[in-house]
Design a protein around this ligand. Structure first.
Ligand SMILES: NC(=O)CC[C@H](N)C(=O)O
Length: 363
């Protein structure tokens, strides 16, 4: 059944796109809430809980192209941060008939609890075709019809405020410092080993703050928004890369590129999904990867930097990996931590830790 009625709601909701298109559906999630955001789509067939709680989706309205969302509920330990980060959710059908032994709450109830609005009964195939043609655009989700002008939104900085926290007990001698631009829990989890301490620090940290932690390696995390909004942190990366092994993931990859003089650009509709093939130019291997990004590193701009392109997206040949020859520094545009998605690239965490071992840890 299309647009399952949830919690007895028959309330209409209006999704108004910047180009003037209007979709009318049924309100679910937080029924009263109205929001604006950047309308994006993800082709993930599963993993809605991980997507919704991924801080990289801050200020974005997520359209799920998979037609049935919510059927395995929401479970403990699956979220990628402590709350829903996306502004709103667009689905073809949301169900609260949940079948999963670990589910503790339905998706609709979770969204209500988190005060996040959603709209169901939308032809998400048609909507996705519009986004593919016109590109990612601003949109509003309202309880009454509005005109497209009102759906226009000023540029919102999506920078996440984070706090420094020690993830492990600090007794061991190898120490990864994660710069938290909006880090996903599974990145931190993927680094954890008995011999490794992990400390997560805010991007307001200075080079001195970070050095005082005696890192053996630095992980530049994923995060929301336009990478050029983070220019304040680039001088810190420039200093860190003189001394420490670095692994950049997604936003972290883009910031490593910017810190070395490359440029980034906004893609038409980005890559959001779990089946993006990436070719590793060093080994020739192809990985299936999990992705969620709207910006990319300009490959031509890398030529005049000390960096080298190490991977390409097979379909559109965009930059998926970089390394700094001669230094223990590399980055990827995709998500080796998955959550959700395939695990082909998981060995990159071991690669980073091995680089730290080889480097011996610069203290
Ligand atoms: N997942 C991420 O780190 C996304 C990076 C950046 N916000 C982008 O959309 O390109």
């Amino acid at each position: 059944m299309l647009g399952t009625k949830l919690g007895g709601s028959e309330m209409k909701k209006y999704l108004t796109l910047e180009n003037g298109d209007v979709f009318v559906g049924e309100a679910c999630g937080d029924l009263g809430a109205e929001i604006e955001g950047e309308l994006v789509f993800t082709t993930n067939m599963t993993g809605y809980q991980e997507n919704l709680t991924d801080p990289s989706y801050k200020n974005q309205i997520i359209t799920f192209t998979y037609p049935l969302i919510g059927n395995y509920g929401v479970s403990l330990g699956t979220s990628q941060s402590d709350r829903v980060q996306a502004s709103a959710v667009v689905v073809r059908e949301m169900t609260d008939e949940v079948y999963h032994y670990q589910s503790v709450i339905s998706l609709d109830a979770f969204l209500k609890q988190q005060k996040v609005p959603a709209i169901s009964g939308i032809d998400t195939r048609q909507l996705t075709k519009i986004i593919r043609q016109y590109g990612t655009m601003k949109a509003s989700l309202t309880n009454q019809p509005v005109n497209a002008k009102e759906a226009e939104m000023a540029h919102q900085s999506a920078i996440v405020k984070s706090a420094t926290r020690s993830v492990t007990d600090g007794k061991e001698n190898e120490h990864v410092v994660v710069i938290d631009f909006g880090v996903k829990s599974n990145i931190v989890r993927s680094l954890q080993r008995p011999e490794i301490d992990v400390t997560v620090v805010t991007p307001e940290s200075t080079f001195e703050d970070i050095s005082e932690l005696h890192p053996t390696g630095i992980l530049l995390s994923n995060g929301p928004g336009d990478p050029t909004d983070y220019s304040d942190f680039l001088p810190v990366i420039q200093k860190l890369q003189e001394q420490y092994p670095i692994f950049g993931i997604c936003l972290g990859h883009q910031l490593l590129a910017l810190a070395n003089g490359a440029t980034t650009y906004k893609m038409t509709f980005g890559h959001r999904g779990s089946n993006h093939p990436v070719k590793d130019l060093i080994t020739g291997d192809i990985y299936m990867t999990s992705q969620n990004h709207g910006y990319a590193v300009d490959i031509d701009s890398v030529k005049s930097t000390p960096l080298e392109v190490t991977a390409l997206e097979v379909n559109d040949k965009t930059c998926e990996g970089l390394r700094y020859p001669g230094r223990p520094i590399f980055s990827v545009q995709y998500h080796p931590e998955a959550a959700p998605g395939p695990h082909d690239a998981k060995p990159l965490f071991d690669k980073f830790i091995n680089l730290m071992h080889v480097n011996g840890g610069v203290h």
